[in-house]
Design a protein around this ligand. Structure first.
Ligand code: CTP
Ligand code: K
Ligand code: MG
Length: 188
């Protein structure tokens, strides 16, 4: 029988996609738990609307980036054990990716709020697809710029496709969960 190429094995693709994106997924949730305090835009407006709004705070952003970076370091520490358990060669995070994945995720979320305010949406309003993919696109872009060789080796086409499909599903699931647990004002 023909051997399936290792990176085409569906388990390997999905496990790799989730593993590499965890440091970009966690910052949003950490920011929700840590949010509050001074808004980044300090109340400034543009064209009569808030630049970013009260939903983007320094504390939420700092805690979000720190949580994602710490998680990446923790994943690096348990990678050999996790790879052996799954029978998948999971990738490690170089220092540039440890920072770029969570920082890009928070930056994407902030840019999305900027776009939401410019298009007349109040804080908390939903913007389908932008809400679910803003942080992924910018996390990937910043990682590609910060660690280009690692990015090219890790984010193969199947892994990128898995991320594109799995992220909105996970994002909606965790946000609906956070909403029902009372941590989030809206289920998106
Ligand atoms: N949060 C934060 N700082 C960030 C991102 C999020 O403090 N950089 C916190 C805020 O308390 C925010 C909550 O997490 O209200 C939920 O995040 P999000 O849904 O991204 O913000 P919204 O309040 O919905 O505001 P926006 O419409 O601008 O997205
Ligand atoms: K958001
Ligand atoms: Mg929101």
């Amino acid at each position: 029988a023909r051997r399936v190429a290792p990176d085409m094995n569906p388990l390997a693709v999905v496990a790799t996609a989730l593993w590499v994106m965890l440091p970009a997924y966690v910052p949003n949730n950490a920011a929700v738990l840590a949010g509050g305090g001074r808004p980044i835009d300090a109340g400034r407006t543009l064209g009569g609307r808030r630049l970013l709004g009260d939903g983007k705070t320094w504390r939420g952003t700092a805690v979000g980036v720190a949580a994602g970076a710490l998680l990446a370091l923790a994943l690096d520490a348990v990678r050999p054990a996790a790879s052996a358990a799954l029978g998948v060669s999971l990738p490690w995070f170089p220092l540039a990716a440890v920072v770029a994945l969570p920082a890009g995720a928070m930056l994407g979320d902030i840019l999305a709020s900027f776009v939401k305010r410019r298009t007349g949406r109040e804080r908390g309003a939903s913007f389908p697809l932008l809400d679910q993919l803003d942080f992924v696109v910018v996390a990937l872009a910043l990682t590609a710029l910060s660690a280009p060789e690692w990015f090219a080796a890790t984010f193969t086409l199947p892994v990128l496709l898995a991320i594109l499909v799995l992220t909105p599903v996970l994002h909606v699931t965790t946000n609906v969960g956070a909403y029902y647990l009372g941590y989030k004002e809206e289920p998106w």
